[in-house]
Design a protein around this ligand. Structure first.
Ligand SMILES: [Zn+2]
Length: 182
């Protein structure tokens, strides 16, 4: 039997970018977009606000695109300030690269363990699923999901009692499975 752990966002991540007004490095999404259509060309930005001074900065979503090449559904969502669109765009690596931003997911996600009735079995196979690509430490997830201290998790890895096809050191942002033998 496979147990499931799910990593899910609880709110939008912060945007890491230096503020030109106060040198703070964190912005939060305003939830608003600005769209500028000039003849056949369209620009669109996601507006973010400095968490320290409130300065507004624009993240480029569309840059001088021909209006007819933009999906009408996307235009509607931009004009409606669709809240789900902000989350989708921040998770889009193309948008992040274009704007040279990274995301700060601290305190913006949680682990759904689906109860803890699996904890007393001798061997458990666990599948970890991500509903958004949130970079987290597997050791932290396993510690929280299996109710073990991080030191215990490290020890079980060293002793070969906690195994996975992926490297459990560092961070992961996509699904993986592991087996725990006690
Ligand atoms: Zn600022």
């Amino acid at each position: 039997m496979l147990d499931n752990l799910v990593v899910m966002p609880t709110c939008l991540p912060l945007v890491l970018r230096r503020c030109h007004a106060c040198a703070s490095e964190r912005f939060r999404a305003s939830g608003k977009f600005r769209v500028n259509a000039n003849h056949k060309l369209i620009d669109a930005w996601l507006l973010v606000l400095c968490t320290a001074c409130g300065e507004t900065e624009k993240l480029t979503v569309l840059e001088r695109m021909n209006v007819r090449s933009v999906r009408p559904e996307l235009l509607d969502r931009l004009h409606d300030n669709d809240p789900g669109l902000t989350a989708e765009l921040l998770q889009d690596p193309v948008v992040r690269r274009r704007n040279r931003i990274a995301l700060d997911w601290d305190n913006a996600w949680r682990l759904d363990t689906g109860g803890s009735d699996h904890l007393d079995r001798e061997v458990i196979d666990v599948s970890v699923r991500f509903t958004a690509p949130i970079p987290v430490r597997p050791v932290r997830l396993i510690s929280e999901g299996c109710d073990l201290s991080r030191a215990e998790v490290e020890r079980l890895i060293t002793e070969g009692k906690l195994v996975s096809a992926v490297r459990l050191s560092g961070r992961l942002s996509g699904g993986f499975t592991f087996t725990l033998k006690r």
